[in-house]
Design a binder for this molecule. Structure first.
Ligand SMILES: NC(=O)c1ccc[n+]([C@@H]2O[C@H](COP(=O)([O-])OP(=O)(O)OC[C@H]3O[C@@H](n4cnc5c(N)ncnc54)[C@H](O)[C@@H]3O)[C@@H](O)[C@H]2O)c1
Length: 441
């Protein structure tokens, strides 16, 4: 099939590469010239395991190519994905300008029958809106092609995006148009062989499913973070509580980790957008609002612990090693990462920071630029040079078993702040370090 994907971000590029890899001819439309330049040299502009190889292979075999405009990218396409950004506005509402822009360009250039797939995470009503924009543009041009808009939310996780895309739990299609659904079934057939994963539902149900799934996952995290505070207050260990809860099959063990708060490009914005959607519908999503509020507070938690430890001396002039900047392991994405809150608060308090992340150093450099007091360093060891204390913010594998005896020698104040409960407090203390985790009363 001939497929066009608008937006070469995490979702667009993974979608394009995975469909190309099973034999489709895929055109990626990306308006950022820097991204196009990089992609033409088979350089993926962000870190995602396996994606460079996949893009390189499919570009070399001419199943995937990159163009800067929808006008050039739509020619001959049977399916066109919209995979552009939907970042949050200050109100929490999803900013739909990129989706509207893409829809308008499709309407201006479509030249034959086309299924338009709305893959960006966008509020209920977006399929209808995209269809209306395309129809309006076609009417303006005096053309009348069969164009059918389908909702197809994406559930991939950064860090395992290819695996999630090709072997996902489900493929949700929101449409009432049998012809469009048949095209989508055909396109997804290679990823739907083992058992039936396609779930066809109404567009509003499909659109809401994506927000519901992300808000549910975020709810579990905020619940554990709230419980972690209680555990600290009453002398319980959240890690033991987590294990005791997780074995209950009605609860399950996933997404039950207390920590420095959730971040990333999806949970924070999608929880806020769900709450906004509810307000628009004359309701209040009180639980979603609380999930967001608990998370905002949790992102201050590590700084509060550090400030409390140093209450008598103050933080001015202290140097902190920070391990982990990405919002989670296996990505260089730092959007809304808790590391940003912690580092900004430490710098504002007059402390110095030496920060390291296995893959997010370039992203960090772009985020902060040259900043007084902040050194972005090349490895785990350099972060510790001259440090008084260590804080771990992202649970990368490489941080899981450090030499605590060595840390006790290197860290001047002999204290560690474990924002992901990676370490055994007893082992750390035995090595002569003070230990602060999350919820380990
Ligand atoms: N990142 C994730 O893990 C993830 C997972 C599931 C769903 N989503 C959703 O998928 C959508 C895309 O997310 P992302 O992280 O890939 O976004 P992104 O911001 O990384 O990428 C979007 C890309 O679209 C390009 N773009 C915007 N308008 C364009 C246009 N008119 N023509 C050509 N290019 C255009 C931008 O330049 C950008 O490169 C969002 O709605 C997001 O919520 C993201």
């Amino acid at each position: 099939m001939r497929v066009t994907v608008i937006g070469a971000g995490y979702v667009g590029l993974v979608t394009a590469a995975c469909f190309a890899d099973v034999g489709n001819k895929v055109t990626c439309v990306e308006r950022d010239p820097g991204r196009i330049d990089a992609l033409e040299k088979a350089q993926v502009p962000f870190y995602e395991p396996g994606l460079s190889e996949l893009v390189g292979r499919n570009a070399a075999q001419e199943r995937m190519h990159f163009v800067p405009s929808v006008e050039e990218g739509l020619d001959g396409a049977q399916v066109c994905f919209i995979a552009v950004g939907t970042p949050p506005l200050p109100t929490g509402q999803a900013d739909m300008s990129q989706v509207r822009g893409a829809a308008r360009e499709i309407g201006q250039h479509v030249s034959g029958p086309l299924v338009v797939v709305q893959k960006s995470t966008a509020p209920v009503g977006t399929v209808k809106m995209v269809q209306a924009i395309i129809d309006e543009e076609m009417e303006r041009r005096g053309v009348n092609h069969w164009v059918s808009v389908v909702s197809n939310p994406e559930f991939l996780k950064e860090g395992s995006a290819i695996e999630d895309f090709t072997r996902g739990d489900r493929i949700v299609l929101g449409s009432v148009d049998d012809r469009a659904i048949a095209v989508m079934r055909d396109l997804y057939r290679p990823f739907n062989r083992n058992h039936e994963k396609i779930m066809v539902m109404s567009p509003p149900s499909s659109e809401l499913t994506k927000y519901a799934a992300n808000t549910m996952l975020a709810t579990r995290i905020s619940f554990m973070n709230e419980l972690a505070r209680l555990a600290e207050a009453v002398g319980a260990d959240i890690e033991q509580v987590r294990l005791g809860m997780g074995v209950d099959q009605r609860i399950g063990s996933h997404f039950l980790y207390a920590g420095a708060g959730y971040g990333g490009s999806c949970f924070p914005k999608d929880v806020k957008a769900l709450a906004f959607m509810a307000r628009e519908a004359g309701l209040r999503a009180e639980l979603a609002e609380a999930v967001d509020a608990v998370n905002q507070r949790q992102k201050q938690r590590m700084f509060e612990k550090i400030a409390a430890h140093y209450a008598s001396q103050g933080l001015r002039g202290k140097t902190f090693a920070i391990w982990g900047l990405a919002f989670k392991p296996n990505t260089d994405d730092m959007r809304d990462a808790p590391s940003i809150d912690l580092i900004d608060a430490l710098l504002a308090a007059g402390a110095r920071v030496r920060a390291f992340d296995p893959v997010a150093m370039e992203t960090a450099g772009k985020h902060w630029g040259p900043r007084e007091g902040l050194s972005l360093v090349a490895d785990v060891k350099s972060a510790l040079d001259g440090a008084d204390a260590l804080a771990v913010v992202t649970e990368w594998h490489t941080f899981r078993s450090p030499d605590f005896e060595q840390l006790a020698v290197v860290l001047r104040d002999r204290v560690v702040f474990d924002g992901r409960n990676l370490w055994d407090p007893a082992a750390v203390r035995t090595a002569g370090l003070a230990y602060y985790g999350i919820g380990r009363g």
